[in-house]
Design a protein around this ligand. Structure first.
Ligand code: NAG
Length: 712
């Protein structure tokens, strides 16, 4: 290590200025560590000691931590409008105070067709899309102009295949350059992007194709093509394969009157026929983004170009000096079928940055990242939790490492509290270098979204990465972000103030005892990013957006004193019993699940009844052990039918219910024990492992009816 003790002997301004200039030219070497920098000087320019010392001095100057000045006072991050509703708005837009929202940055750039061209222009045709042929190869790049040309050709090709402007067309593929060629191809002809994705399941994909009367879908490969063919509606006429599609699939499709083309064929066709472009206006639909809920069919969230541009612009504005720009490189691995990733990528294109796609296998993400060396990365809690757990388990082996690590964390945390964000300090190099490297070494901005991130993991990532890490809260219905933490706010466990394209108010949820005058309630959002309803579903639209234009998110939030929002709950499925008492089944389930005998539980009731009942999937291991100890023979099914077992489980649940503060009408009056777990496969759980209540109700209708018969 180089000692910087005597640095102030070189505080002469002109030398520093000269060296700054010199070193700025070779900045990359600084971050490789001092050794290689000195070597560089010595090798090329001749090592004179004086220069080395001076370089060290300047190195210190450059790396001397300067605290950042937060863009808003951290103790007052969102102003409140006058009036009874306590509406919170953004400080990043001065007209927010007058109830206005940011819709765009530049009046002439209000669609994703135009943002992309803006990026092409300001970046002077820089690299746009990057991909790797294999895990051993470098990234290859397609520049903006080529991307635009190929996208237009592809769009023109779709038109040549009989698609009408403004039609809804699908894509079923993981992230890759063709996704963007398709997306921008759509915008050239005002077509509406409708992503399909695995976790929807084949049923929901079929429903979506039917509801949108889709006639064309771009599919990644043969298996996805087959999955769609299985339940293809009559409207489907064309599939476009990105990878090779098997002969047999092509024949199978032909039998149903569906033509299969390759991606290149469509591009060639388009370039030959060369349809004149029909770009969208900002009020045109940009995408219908389907979300799978816990009930019924997926809902198609309708977003206009204006919605998306507003969402992207507000986030860019809020990032201040850290905003994305030409030269930024983003790693793309979160599904493009979700608006979080779509917004991040379109933001990067807007500023003329580059997007590099992962190679398609999430297990190889680190390999891709090391090759790409991204500067910007969207991330989800699941990924960061994995990084955190991995490091914790590595530390578990050595108490020396643990101590060192803790010292490093403490020191970094106190830096962060002073507003210092850097990765070139002593501890960064000593302890966190490996973490930096596993993220490619160039990361300067990480945006975390899509689910709540635990506070300790957030602080850990901020320390270990030494770059700006912000957390957002959003919903497909609001395009992307609703709130975003501001740079300089080091406190975790909240999601920041509203972004400048929307305002937020909380409304009472009396049945869950949340009241807006106590700064708690359901989060309601109004603004330029709020969607235009669910596709062909006016009923659900009316449930979600009230007559004043507030979207009721279903999330329950709390305002913290400094004007930031914390998400604390989810508005639950609720019903009244015949005697007028409110029942929140999920709350009751959460209490019963603490019984060691209970693996899964579904609490059910209806407003015509005066009590509730439950379906319980017992814990196999616990029950088997109990049966062994009590010499009761039989399989799990047999045990489930035993009255003794039922009594045992029932009594234990009741006692946990009492301990958990359930009122007597909140306790179930009967249970049915079921041996097979609820799962995604049997259609009783959502992909995120939540109970699908209507499905559970239908599935167990005979048992539920039977229990009620005996209770009345
Ligand atoms: C914001 O307020 C919360 C409590 O309401 C507090 O815990 C937190 O430290 C505050 N944040 C900052 C940056 O001061």
């Amino acid at each position: 290590m180089v000692s910087f003790k005597n640095w102030n002997m070189w505080s002469g301004k002109s030398i520093i200025a000269y060296l700054n200039h010199f070193i700025m030219k070779h900045l990359s070497y600084l971050f490789e560590g001092m050794d290689s920098y000195l070597y560089y000087l010595g090798g090329t320019y001749g090592a004179i000691t004086l220069t080395s010392i001076a370089a060290a001095t300047t190195y210190y100057y450059l790396s001397r931590p300067t605290p950042e000045c937060p863009l808003v006072p951290l103790n007052n991050q969102s102003p409140i409008l006058d009036g009874p509703d306590q509406i919170h708005v953004s400080k990043f837009y001065k007209d927010s105070k007058n109830g206005k929202f940011v819709s765009y940055i530049s009046e002439s750039v209000r669609t994703l067709y135009h943002t992309f061209r803006e990026g092409a222009y300001i970046s002077n045709n820089s690299p746009c899309l990057g991909w790797r042929e294999s895990l051993h190869s470098q990234y290859q790049w397609m520049n903006y102009d080529e991307t635009l040309l190929r996208a237009k050709n592809f769009g023109s090709g779709m038109m040549s295949l009989g698609i009408q402007a403004k039609a809804l067309v699908g894509i079923y593929s993981c992230n890759r350059p063709e996704w963007i060629l398709y997306e921008q191809g759509c915008y050239c002809y005002s077509l509406v992007v409708v992503p399909l994705y695995d976790t929807l399941g084949p049923e929901a994909c079929a429903f979506i194709m039917m509801q949108t009367e889709m006639s064309l879908v771009v599919v990644e490969d043969d298996s996805k093509a087959n999955l769609l063919l299985e339940k293809a509606p009559k409207s489907l006429k064309v599939l476009i394969g990105i990878k090779d599609i098997k002969r047999s699939t092509i024949e199978r499709a032909a039998q149903r009157g569906i033509q299969i083309y390759t991606f290149e064929e469509v591009e060639k066709l388009g370039s030959k026929i060369n349809h004149p472009e029909q770009p969208p206006t900002h009020e045109d639909l940009c995408t219908v983004c389907y979300t799978s809920g816990t009930t019924g069919n997926p809902k198609g969230v309708m977003l206009t170009h204006s919605n998306v541009v507003a969402g992207v612009s507000a986030v860019i504005l809020q990032l201040g000096e850290h905003k994305i720009r030409t030269g930024d490189v983003m790693i793309s691995f979160l599904p493009l079928a979700h608006m979080f990733e779509r917004c991040c990528e379109n933001g990067i294109f807007y500023v003329g940055g580059s997007v590099g796609f992962y190679s398609g296998d999430i297990r190889e993400l680190t390999n891709d990242i090391k090759m790409l060396k991204p500067t910007v990365m969207p991330a989800v809690p699941r990924l960061l939790n994995r990084v955190y757990d991995k490091i914790q388990s590595e530390l578990a082996a050595s108490s020396f490492k643990r101590t060192l690590f803790q010292m490093a964390l403490n020191s970094k945390e106190s830096e962060i509290k002073r507003g210092i964000v850097r990765k070139n300090g002593f501890w960064d190099k000593m302890v966190f270098k490996k973490v930096h490297e596993s993220f490619g070494g160039n990361l300067r901005l990480m945006v975390v979204g899509s689910a709540p991130l635990a506070g300790n993991v957030m602080t850990f990532m901020r320390c270990a990465l030494g770059c700006l890490v912000v957390e957002g809260y959003g919903q497909t219905e609001c395009t992307g972000a609703i709130t975003l933490t501001v740079q300089g706010d080091f406190v975790p466990d909240h999601v920041g103030p509203p972004v400048s394209c929307n305002a937020i108010k909380l409304v009472d949820v009396p049945e869950m005892e949340y009241y807006a005058n106590q700064n708690e309630g359901e989060v309601c959002v109004r603004g330029a990013n709020v969607f235009h309803g669910y596709y062909k579903d006016s009923e659900k639209t009316a449930d979600a957006i009230d007559t004043e234009g507030w979207h009721h998110t279903g999330d329950v939030g709390r305002w913290l004193h400094n004007g930031t929002l914390k998400i604390i709950d989810r508005r639950k499925h609720i019903f009244k019993l015949s005697q007028g008492e409110y029942i929140v089944p999920e709350k009751i389930e959460n209490i019963y699940i603490t019984s060691k005998y209970v693996n899964q539980v579904f609490v059910y009731g209806e407003s015509l009844k005066s009590c509730i009942v439950a379906i319980v999937v017992p814990d196999v291991d616990v029950l088997k052990q109990w049966a062994n100890e009590n010499n009761i023979p039989g399989t799990l099914s047999v045990l489930c039918n035993s009255l003794t077992v039922k009594e045992l489980v029932f009594k234990d649940m009741q006692s946990w219910g009492r301990k958990g503060g359930l009122k007597s009408f909140e306790q179930v009056k009967d249970v049915y024990l079921h041996p097979d777990p609820f799962s995604i496969q049997n259609g009783l759980l959502t992909p995120t492992f939540k109970s699908k209540r209507p499905q559970l109700r239908n599935y167990f209708k005979p048992q539920l009816d039977d229990m009620y018969k005996h209770l009345s």
